[in-house]
Design a protein around this ligand. Sequence first.
Ligand SMILES: Nc1nc2c(ncn2[C@@H]2O[C@H](COP(=O)(O)OP(=O)(O)OP(=O)(O)O)[C@@H](O)[C@H]2O)c(=O)[nH]1
Ligand SMILES: [Zn+2]
Length: 191
Amino acid sequence: MVGKTLEKGILEEYVRGILEVIGEDPCREGLLETPKRVAKMYREVFAGIGVAPETALTTTFDAEGYEGMIVVKDIDYYTFCEHHLIPFFGKVHIGYIPDKQIVGLSKFARLVELTAQRPQVQERMTDQIAKAISNVLQPKGVMVKLAGQHLCMCARGVKKPGSSTVTSVKKGAFLESESLVREFESNIANS
Ligand SMILES: Nc1nc2c(ncn2[C@@H]2O[C@H](COP(=O)(O)OP(=O)(O)OP(=O)(O)O)[C@@H](O)[C@H]2O)c(=O)[nH]1
Ligand SMILES: [Zn+2]
């Protein structure tokens, strides 16, 4: 984890260095506390590095024969693009069909948070969420969809603020049944 591998003060020094090389004066009043704040922020937003996504999925219950689809949608996420270290953010939608186990609903939001707390690409984050659910619950099927706005495409570079990226991963029954995919899509479209 970030806090463990970085000696105290090193991150602050690096941030001060960046301020210097971009032509700023790290000693001016407005920037004096900035290295400390940025170091604190990095410890917070990258706290998931080295932590297995599966660890978010505690508190499982017996499915008690429930055979329907469970959809948790519109889970907000904010993460950092690993190419530019600026945010991308959006919504996660998760659907699964349990076999023997279900999980506490809030744990999906915890799973999303944990996968977001590391430098990411949207495809990998989608995959990590689907794999963790698959590994822990061994459901009949799972589908995960992410919508993302990448500041590296909006605020710099190609500068296309309206663009968004959609990624999805299907496992098990969702790979075999178009109607399950349609049910998932219609659940996330309707509120
Ligand atoms: N597939 C994928 N690409 C991403 C993601 N986040 C950022 N990228 C892309 O990563 C690429 C990095 O391209 P490079 O050519 O190495 O970097 P760059 O010169 O800064 O590229 P531009 O963004 O085109 O200015 C860019 O095309 C980004 O749009 C992501 O989550 N998934
Ligand atoms: Zn980027």
